[in-house]
Design a protein around this ligand. Structure first.
Ligand code: 5GP
Length: 135
């Protein structure tokens, strides 16, 4: 399998590295939403949130938590989005688990997604269906 982010972790493809520990690696996104946009990846391969092992996910979140304030402050941002795409339908393009840290500025032009209210009774039905599947 051609794993682009593994090649970045291993230095086969150059990146602007931000941080590394035994389980995670972070580097600047090559096509940032805003300057400082950082990707945090687990060193152990998983495809996305749907198959990552719990311990790898916890390590990933610890690194996101560690880096987010530095990413934000380094570019004088006023906020930060923590963002993740999982599968093509959710805009995932690189299939090695990664979390985006995106610095945000007042009036930087990005707008939140709009929502659609539930129909009568629909929310309770979906809530029950989700609860029944939790393992
Ligand atoms: P996704 O849509 O899968 O959540 O995001 C993949 C991200 O990887 C994109 O934001 C894209 O700009 C970034 N990316 C793709 N190829 C490279 C690369 O070769 N180097 C770096 N640093 N980022 C990349």
């Amino acid at each position: 399998m051609d794993d682009l982010f593994l090649k970045i972790i291993q230095g086969e493809i150059p990146s602007e590295k931000i941080y590394e520990d035994d389980k995670t690696f972070a580097f600047l996104d090559i096509n940032p939403n805003n300057p400082g946009h950082t990707l945090v990846v687990p060193k152990k391969y998983s495809r996305n949130i749907l198959d990552i092992a719990e311990e790898d996910w916890i390590a990933l979140m610890e690194t996101v938590h560690k880096l987010a304030p530095s990413v934000k402050d380094a570019v004088g941002a006023t906020g930060v989005n923590i963002y993740m795409n999982n599968e093509s339908s959710a805009f995932q393009e690189v299939f090695h688990t990664h979390v985006h840290i995106i610095p945000r500025h007042d009036n930087d032009g990005y707008r939140p997604w709009s929502g659609t209210p539930y129909q009568e009774g629909e929310m309770e039905k979906i809530g029950e269906t989700i609860r029944a599947r939790i393992v």
